[in-house]
Design a protein around this ligand. Structure first.
Ligand code: PEP
Length: 253
Protein backbone atom coordinates (compact mmCIF):
# COMPACT_ATOMS: atom_id res chain seq x y z
CA UNK A 1 0.00 0.00 0.00
CA UNK A 2 1.33 3.45 -0.82
CA UNK A 3 2.23 5.69 2.11
CA UNK A 4 -0.59 7.50 3.91
CA UNK A 5 0.79 10.74 5.31
CA UNK A 6 -0.27 13.40 7.81
CA UNK A 7 2.04 16.35 7.16
CA UNK A 8 1.94 19.37 9.48
CA UNK A 9 2.84 22.72 7.95
CA UNK A 10 3.67 25.14 10.75
CA UNK A 11 4.40 27.97 8.30
CA UNK A 12 5.85 31.04 10.12
CA UNK A 13 4.18 30.22 13.44
CA UNK A 14 5.30 29.26 16.97
CA UNK A 15 8.38 30.16 18.96
CA UNK A 16 11.08 27.54 19.47
CA UNK A 17 9.67 26.78 22.94
CA UNK A 18 6.10 26.51 21.67
CA UNK A 19 7.24 24.25 18.85
CA UNK A 20 9.10 21.96 21.25
CA UNK A 21 6.03 21.70 23.49
CA UNK A 22 3.76 20.94 20.54
CA UNK A 23 6.07 18.20 19.25
CA UNK A 24 6.25 16.66 22.72
CA UNK A 25 2.48 16.67 23.12
CA UNK A 26 1.90 15.06 19.72
CA UNK A 27 4.57 12.39 20.26
CA UNK A 28 3.35 11.66 23.77
CA UNK A 29 -0.10 10.84 22.38
CA UNK A 30 1.53 7.69 20.93
CA UNK A 31 -1.10 7.36 18.22
CA UNK A 32 -0.94 3.77 16.92
CA UNK A 33 0.44 3.78 13.37
CA UNK A 34 0.85 1.03 10.79
CA UNK A 35 3.90 0.51 8.61
CA UNK A 36 2.39 2.42 5.64
CA UNK A 37 1.46 5.45 7.77
CA UNK A 38 3.76 8.42 8.28
CA UNK A 39 3.71 11.76 10.06
CA UNK A 40 5.85 14.66 8.83
CA UNK A 41 6.46 17.91 10.72
CA UNK A 42 7.21 20.75 8.30
CA UNK A 43 8.85 23.29 10.57
CA UNK A 44 10.69 26.62 10.19
CA UNK A 45 14.42 26.36 9.39
CA UNK A 46 15.68 27.26 12.91
CA UNK A 47 13.73 24.35 14.40
CA UNK A 48 14.77 21.60 11.95
CA UNK A 49 17.57 20.17 14.08
CA UNK A 50 15.44 20.18 17.23
CA UNK A 51 12.49 18.52 15.46
CA UNK A 52 14.76 15.94 13.86
CA UNK A 53 16.25 15.00 17.22
CA UNK A 54 12.75 14.76 18.77
CA UNK A 55 11.67 12.20 16.15
CA UNK A 56 15.00 10.38 15.94
CA UNK A 57 13.68 7.30 17.74
CA UNK A 58 10.19 7.40 16.23
CA UNK A 59 9.92 5.18 13.17
CA UNK A 60 6.72 6.77 11.80
CA UNK A 61 7.70 10.40 12.29
CA UNK A 62 9.96 12.62 10.17
CA UNK A 63 10.74 16.26 9.57
CA UNK A 64 10.50 18.43 6.46
CA UNK A 65 11.80 21.86 5.54
CA UNK A 66 9.26 24.34 4.19
CA UNK A 67 11.40 25.41 1.26
CA UNK A 68 14.90 25.41 -0.22
CA UNK A 69 16.62 27.55 -2.84
CA UNK A 70 16.71 26.57 -6.50
CA UNK A 71 20.48 27.02 -6.83
CA UNK A 72 23.10 24.63 -5.52
CA UNK A 73 25.20 27.07 -3.48
CA UNK A 74 26.82 30.48 -3.62
CA UNK A 75 26.10 34.16 -3.10
CA UNK A 76 22.39 33.95 -2.24
CA UNK A 77 22.25 35.66 1.15
CA UNK A 78 19.45 34.38 3.35
CA UNK A 79 18.72 31.26 1.33
CA UNK A 80 19.03 27.60 2.34
CA UNK A 81 20.23 24.89 -0.04
CA UNK A 82 19.18 21.27 -0.49
CA UNK A 83 22.73 20.26 0.39
CA UNK A 84 22.47 22.12 3.73
CA UNK A 85 19.24 20.27 4.49
CA UNK A 86 20.88 16.95 3.67
CA UNK A 87 23.82 17.80 5.92
CA UNK A 88 21.51 18.02 8.96
CA UNK A 89 19.66 14.82 8.09
CA UNK A 90 16.43 16.23 6.65
CA UNK A 91 14.51 13.71 4.55
CA UNK A 92 11.63 15.82 3.13
CA UNK A 93 11.10 19.34 1.81
CA UNK A 94 7.92 21.12 0.75
CA UNK A 95 8.23 22.71 -2.69
CA UNK A 96 5.93 25.23 -4.33
CA UNK A 97 3.47 25.93 -1.55
CA UNK A 98 0.91 28.40 -2.93
CA UNK A 99 2.09 31.03 -0.44
CA UNK A 100 5.59 30.83 -1.93
CA UNK A 101 4.22 30.94 -5.46
CA UNK A 102 2.06 33.97 -4.61
CA UNK A 103 4.25 36.04 -2.26
CA UNK A 104 7.69 35.09 -3.59
CA UNK A 105 6.85 34.65 -7.26
CA UNK A 106 8.08 31.07 -7.51
CA UNK A 107 7.58 29.64 -10.97
CA UNK A 108 7.00 26.08 -12.15
CA UNK A 109 10.48 26.17 -13.74
CA UNK A 110 12.19 27.22 -10.49
CA UNK A 111 10.30 24.49 -8.68
CA UNK A 112 11.62 21.95 -11.20
CA UNK A 113 15.16 23.11 -10.30
CA UNK A 114 14.43 22.77 -6.58
CA UNK A 115 13.09 19.26 -7.11
CA UNK A 116 16.21 18.27 -9.08
CA UNK A 117 18.47 19.51 -6.29
CA UNK A 118 16.44 17.84 -3.55
CA UNK A 119 16.50 14.50 -5.36
CA UNK A 120 20.22 14.89 -5.99
CA UNK A 121 20.70 15.21 -2.22
CA UNK A 122 18.38 12.35 -1.32
CA UNK A 123 15.52 14.50 0.00
CA UNK A 124 11.93 13.70 -0.96
CA UNK A 125 10.06 16.73 -2.33
CA UNK A 126 6.48 17.36 -1.21
CA UNK A 127 5.30 19.15 -4.33
CA UNK A 128 2.30 21.45 -3.89
CA UNK A 129 -0.12 22.19 -6.70
CA UNK A 130 -3.61 23.63 -6.85
CA UNK A 131 -5.78 26.31 -8.35
CA UNK A 132 -7.07 29.72 -7.22
CA UNK A 133 -10.78 30.40 -6.83
CA UNK A 134 -11.13 32.14 -10.21
CA UNK A 135 -9.75 29.06 -11.96
CA UNK A 136 -12.13 26.76 -10.08
CA UNK A 137 -15.03 29.06 -10.92
CA UNK A 138 -14.04 28.95 -14.60
CA UNK A 139 -13.91 25.12 -14.30
CA UNK A 140 -10.34 25.08 -15.69
CA UNK A 141 -8.70 23.57 -12.59
CA UNK A 142 -7.75 20.30 -14.30
CA UNK A 143 -5.76 22.03 -17.04
CA UNK A 144 -4.16 24.37 -14.47
CA UNK A 145 -2.93 21.53 -12.27
CA UNK A 146 -1.80 19.52 -15.32
CA UNK A 147 0.45 22.43 -16.34
CA UNK A 148 1.92 22.65 -12.83
CA UNK A 149 2.69 18.92 -12.87
CA UNK A 150 4.03 18.93 -16.41
CA UNK A 151 6.31 21.93 -15.97
CA UNK A 152 7.76 20.97 -12.59
CA UNK A 153 7.78 17.16 -12.66
CA UNK A 154 7.56 15.63 -16.11
CA UNK A 155 11.27 15.95 -16.83
CA UNK A 156 11.91 13.36 -14.08
CA UNK A 157 12.52 9.68 -14.72
CA UNK A 158 9.90 7.26 -13.34
CA UNK A 159 12.32 6.28 -10.59
CA UNK A 160 12.75 9.93 -9.59
CA UNK A 161 9.05 10.70 -9.78
CA UNK A 162 8.30 7.86 -7.35
CA UNK A 163 10.25 9.78 -4.71
CA UNK A 164 7.96 12.81 -5.02
CA UNK A 165 4.95 13.28 -2.77
CA UNK A 166 2.23 15.45 -4.31
CA UNK A 167 0.02 17.75 -2.25
CA UNK A 168 -3.11 19.02 -3.99
CA UNK A 169 -4.04 22.25 -2.26
CA UNK A 170 -6.83 24.32 -3.79
CA UNK A 171 -5.82 27.88 -2.86
CA UNK A 172 -9.41 28.84 -2.09
CA UNK A 173 -9.41 26.27 0.71
CA UNK A 174 -6.09 27.18 2.37
CA UNK A 175 -6.47 28.94 5.70
CA UNK A 176 -9.98 30.02 4.74
CA UNK A 177 -11.94 27.45 6.72
CA UNK A 178 -13.50 26.51 3.37
CA UNK A 179 -12.69 22.87 2.67
CA UNK A 180 -13.11 21.15 -0.67
CA UNK A 181 -15.78 18.50 -0.29
CA UNK A 182 -14.52 14.95 -0.02
CA UNK A 183 -15.92 14.40 -3.52
CA UNK A 184 -14.08 17.44 -4.97
CA UNK A 185 -10.82 16.28 -3.37
CA UNK A 186 -11.20 12.70 -4.65
CA UNK A 187 -12.15 13.94 -8.13
CA UNK A 188 -8.97 16.03 -8.47
CA UNK A 189 -6.75 13.37 -6.90
CA UNK A 190 -8.08 10.79 -9.34
CA UNK A 191 -7.44 13.23 -12.17
CA UNK A 192 -3.86 13.83 -11.01
CA UNK A 193 -3.21 10.10 -10.71
CA UNK A 194 -4.58 9.38 -14.18
CA UNK A 195 -2.56 12.27 -15.63
CA UNK A 196 0.60 10.79 -14.05
CA UNK A 197 -0.40 7.37 -15.36
CA UNK A 198 -0.63 8.68 -18.94
CA UNK A 199 2.96 9.89 -18.74
CA UNK A 200 4.56 7.24 -16.50
CA UNK A 201 2.18 4.25 -16.52
CA UNK A 202 -0.32 3.06 -13.94
CA UNK A 203 2.21 1.23 -11.76
CA UNK A 204 4.24 4.35 -11.15
CA UNK A 205 1.14 6.54 -10.65
CA UNK A 206 -0.26 4.08 -8.12
CA UNK A 207 2.88 4.31 -6.01
CA UNK A 208 2.70 8.08 -5.55
CA UNK A 209 1.11 9.51 -2.42
CA UNK A 210 -1.21 12.43 -3.16
CA UNK A 211 -2.10 14.49 -0.09
CA UNK A 212 -5.00 16.91 0.17
CA UNK A 213 -4.46 20.32 1.77
CA UNK A 214 -6.96 23.04 2.61
CA UNK A 215 -8.62 23.50 6.00
CA UNK A 216 -8.27 19.86 7.04
CA UNK A 217 -9.38 19.48 10.66
CA UNK A 218 -9.81 16.67 13.14
CA UNK A 219 -13.51 16.75 12.39
CA UNK A 220 -13.30 16.37 8.57
CA UNK A 221 -10.05 14.43 8.07
CA UNK A 222 -11.52 10.91 8.06
CA UNK A 223 -14.14 11.82 5.45
CA UNK A 224 -11.59 13.50 3.16
CA UNK A 225 -8.93 10.80 3.60
CA UNK A 226 -11.50 8.11 2.76
CA UNK A 227 -11.24 9.00 -0.95
CA UNK A 228 -9.53 6.15 -2.82
CA UNK A 229 -6.88 8.51 -4.25
CA UNK A 230 -6.48 10.70 -1.16
CA UNK A 231 -3.42 9.54 0.77
CA UNK A 232 -3.60 11.86 3.77
CA UNK A 233 -3.20 15.59 4.15
CA UNK A 234 -0.93 18.62 4.34
CA UNK A 235 -2.31 20.57 7.27
CA UNK A 236 -1.71 24.18 8.26
CA UNK A 237 -3.84 25.71 11.02
CA UNK A 238 -4.99 22.47 12.63
CA UNK A 239 -1.41 21.19 12.88
CA UNK A 240 -0.64 23.89 15.48
CA UNK A 241 -2.93 22.36 18.10
CA UNK A 242 -1.80 18.99 19.47
CA UNK A 243 -5.27 17.59 20.00
CA UNK A 244 -6.40 18.51 16.48
CA UNK A 245 -3.32 17.17 14.76
CA UNK A 246 -3.42 13.93 16.75
CA UNK A 247 -7.02 13.45 15.58
CA UNK A 248 -5.83 13.99 11.97
CA UNK A 249 -3.04 11.44 12.41
CA UNK A 250 -5.58 8.98 13.80
CA UNK A 251 -7.77 9.53 10.70
CA UNK A 252 -5.12 8.14 8.29
CA UNK A 253 -6.27 5.01 6.53
C1 PEP B 1 -1.33 24.58 4.16
O1 PEP B 1 -0.70 25.45 4.71
O2 PEP B 1 -0.76 23.86 3.35
C2 PEP B 1 -2.75 24.42 4.49
C3 PEP B 1 -3.43 23.51 3.86
O3 PEP B 1 -3.26 25.28 5.45
P1 PEP B 1 -4.68 25.12 6.20
O4 PEP B 1 -4.78 23.69 6.67
O5 PEP B 1 -4.61 26.08 7.34
O6 PEP B 1 -5.75 25.44 5.21
Amino acid sequence: MRKQIAAANWKMNLTYQQGEKLLDEILQAKTPLQSHQQVIFTVPFPYLILANSEVANESHYAVAAQNCYHKKSGAYTGEVSAEMLQSIGIKYCVVGHSERREYFGETNQQLAEKINLLLQYGIQPIFCCGEALAIREAATQNAWVETQLKESLFHLSAEELEKVIIAYEPIWAIGTGKTATAAQAQEMHEHIRSFLAKQYGANVANNISILYGGSVKGSNAAEIFAGADVDGGLVGGASLVAEDFVAIIAALK
